[in-house]
Design a protein around this ligand. Sequence first.
Ligand SMILES: *[C@@H]1O[C@H](CO)[C@@H](O)[C@H](O)[C@H]1NC(C)=O
Ligand SMILES: *[C@@H]1O[C@H](CO)[C@@H](O)[C@H](O)[C@H]1NC(C)=O
Ligand SMILES: *[C@@H]1O[C@H](CO)[C@@H](O)[C@H](O)[C@H]1NC(C)=O
Ligand SMILES: *[C@@H]1O[C@H](CO)[C@@H](O)[C@H](O)[C@H]1NC(C)=O
Length: 940
Amino acid sequence: MADPGPASFSTRANALLRKNLTYQKRNLWSNIRLILIPFYLCIFLVAIQILFDSQVNNSDDNRCGCQCIPNTNGDGKCVKTCGIEYSKPSQAFFCSIPSPSRWPPLLQIPQPESRAVSLASNGDLPNESCRRTGSCPVTILFTGNNKTLGTSLYGNLLTSSFTVNSSDFLQGLAHNVLGTTEEADMTNYLDPGIASNVSLYNIQSQCVPNAKFPFSFGQSPLEFKKELICAQGLNLWRNKTTEVNDELFKGYRKGNPEGKINEIAAAYDLLNTDMNNFNVHVWYNSTYKDDSGNRPSTLVRVSRSVNLVSNAYLQFLQGPGTRMLFEYVKEVPKSESRLRLDIASLIGPLFFTWVILLLFPVILSSLVYEKQERLRIIMKMHGLGDGPYWMISYAYYLTISMFYFICLLIFGSAIGLKFFRLNDYSIQFTFYFLYVNLQISLVFLVSSLFSKVKTATVAAYIYVFGSGLLGLFLFQFLIEDSSFPRGWIFVLELYPGFSLYRGLYEFSQFAFRGNLRGQDGMKWKDFSGSAMDEIFYIIIVEWFLALMAAYYIDKVSSSGKDPLFFLKNPFKKSPSLRRPSLQRQGSKVVVEMEKPDVTQEREKVEQLLLESSTSHAIVCDNLKKVYPSRDGNPPKLAVRGLSLAVPSGECFGMLGPNGAGKTSFINMMTGLVKPTSGAGIVQGLDICNDMDRVYTSMGVCPQHDLLWGTLTGREHLLFYGRLKNLKGSDLTQAVEESLKNVNLFHGGVADKPAGKYSGGMKRRLSVAISLIGNPKVVYMDEPSTGLDPASRKNLWTVIKRAKQHTAIILTTHSMEEAEYLCDRLGIFVDGSLQCIGNPKELKGRYGGSYVFTMTTSSEHERNVEKLIQDVSPNAKKIYHISGTQKFELPKEEVRISEVFRAVEKAKSNFTVFAWGLADTTLEDVFIKVARTGQAFNVFS
Ligand SMILES: *[C@@H]1O[C@H](CO)[C@@H](O)[C@H](O)[C@H]1NC(C)=O
Ligand SMILES: *[C@@H]1O[C@H](CO)[C@@H](O)[C@H](O)[C@H]1NC(C)=O
Ligand SMILES: *[C@@H]1O[C@H](CO)[C@@H](O)[C@H](O)[C@H]1NC(C)=O
Ligand SMILES: *[C@@H]1O[C@H](CO)[C@@H](O)[C@H](O)[C@H]1NC(C)=O
């Protein structure tokens, strides 16, 4: 087959996309479940809304009251009549009020205990003792250019007694100055100063102590019996505006050094008022708040203070007979209203924060899964670069996320949630779109912190639920507290969970208000006035920052450095540098002990490096790997200087006991770990710098199968085949062939998910994957473990065939396999090669003896020993158990015919149960080399 060359970016992207799509198709149900979550939540919200409507919005308490009024024609039937007169006070708010009542205008005055008293500086105020009796006066300050005018004017302000001298009650009351400490309402349909049971005050220039005037107002059902309490009014002149201002300021607890509340009821600046001009400034306190922090309109009370001063001026000009009476305040008529609380809008921010954030753990766990199962790295080893990986993953997760929130929008609107319906869809779409982008970038960034799916998932869910709850109970509280500095709100919004929460909160507020007033919610024109613009900018900026950081960290960590390397103390030596003595000593010993064949290979490598020829696919020059010391153990030398050259077309077998460093070596060559020192050249490319290009011509069969449980064998091969730039019929053919080669073709095995494969089948699939697309270099880490003999034979044929244009490095524990497959073998013990050569050579070199076994009855043992002595004086007994003995006979002094003759002779002398003469096997060589190698290393 022609070499298709390395795959292009789009080919690799396409391969990954197709794999992901197949993967998602398999996970269809979990995807549907994911999409259904918003659906369930919307249904849940609708259910809450229905419950809330029936219990609260439509309850009798939240609509105008009705009663059944008997018919006037006396037929015993009754007519349901609604109106304020049939309502309980709580219902009155909702009634239509075609002709609102008239209420006397009230002046806002401070509570008796907070009225101004004499502090250190202002001597003309009363002594603090009045607070104990509750008889402190209501202070009103005056200033202006003409004190004479001012004092005579304020003499007209208050009456000296309570008089109701009129048939018209309100007109009579208007001669008096009524004051209340109760805060005003937003409307004047019912003044709380009159409707509540807080005392009303009549402010007079003189007061008889404890004078009270009973007083009743309105008609049933709005009849209020009140007692008017006399409050002394105190008018004081101040020379300058600034003095008035200072004194008003002292009303605040923090405004005066004593830390007392010291409130002035009202203040007037008469400016340049004279006989011809009336010009006045009125000070009033607008800080009154209701419990929810809203500011009711205190303006409804300001009118009275304006009237007071105007009336005083008029009397000053015209004499006491002329009056400007302010009889009553009256609201405009109103129609019936209903409570329309949209509960979904109120709890929406919490729920939808959860819904959107829920994608975080989903994406995170799938990214970390690929990392944990090393699928990411194995894809990379087969040529899937970082570029296509991130791009396709990004696009892919973005698609899922968009699908998800669009479903949310559609469900929510379809079910009728005001949260979605009232706000402009384009704003909503943009908001969610930007946020999911930020979220995906964050996942990419965060995924580098985790290596285990479990920890990642737990952490992500804590983030999801924590953000929602903190948003509701902390962040929202702070947003609504108008005294909390906005700058800090901005800082909090930098936390992505809160910026999402804030956005949803704004939507909910607009939807809630819109619903209450029967209008639309947020429109683009409200965009900049609603803190939404701020959120958008935060999200966009964070999105780019997160992307850049994720890219940076990925680049750095894939190049093997610690992502926080710049934070590390540059003076702290790295472990390999810290113990140079050990390393040097180690390599010296190795050189001393090195066998001639190993030295020869080393020289060959040095020669090759000088020639810089590429005839050898793999060249390793003195590769070393030292794992830094951990938990007080000394640093571990996994590979101590390995030199090796493998030409194309050769299969190099690496034998060695467990823990000898074979896998460390393979990991270095496949780019999983960086060599501590030394160099590896694959196809003329350096493994430290050019790994990405090396990958395009490399195949790996790792020791542990790295497969996707839900993808089938065929799909695996198709994916990796595409990565290796196979296309169309070439691809199908290659896949079919390799399936047949590894015996996965028949019986529909190829189309079963790999998760259901037996260990042997997975193994075969891994080998097939490593060989697909004719890579130039293949590493196989124990390819045939766990295979039955028939499959193993099959596999060997496959590998043997593949070997023709490929350099293969293979580790194995099976000597049979090594002998069958490998052109050369190296025995690797404790981090270094003990010998190198083809199997025959090795056997010749290390075997050098026959093994003679004979079983007799135990009394003839001595005879056997004697026999061997005769045949070969230097024979060694290596094994002895009840009549069975094993000897090693040096080849050079033994001739096989002699042995046979001796045995024949012996058979005539005593009974020989069994005997045998064997050439050394590879296994014997292995055991011998391994034993000496280890012994040497133990003592080194
Ligand atoms: C102050 O007002 C009085 C009248 O109340 C007037 O007689 C007097 O001239 C005014 N003084 C000045 C300085 O304008
Ligand atoms: C009540 O008002 C009338 C005129 O409206 C007046 O004649 C009468 O003297 C007033 N009575 C008192 C007690 O002020
Ligand atoms: C206000 O001015 C008058 C005279 O102009 C003066 O006697 C009085 O002390 C001043 N009051 C204050 C508080 O400065
Ligand atoms: C204004 O009213 C508020 C609320 O009653 C009070 O706390 C504050 O001290 C008042 N300010 C002044 C200057 O009187």
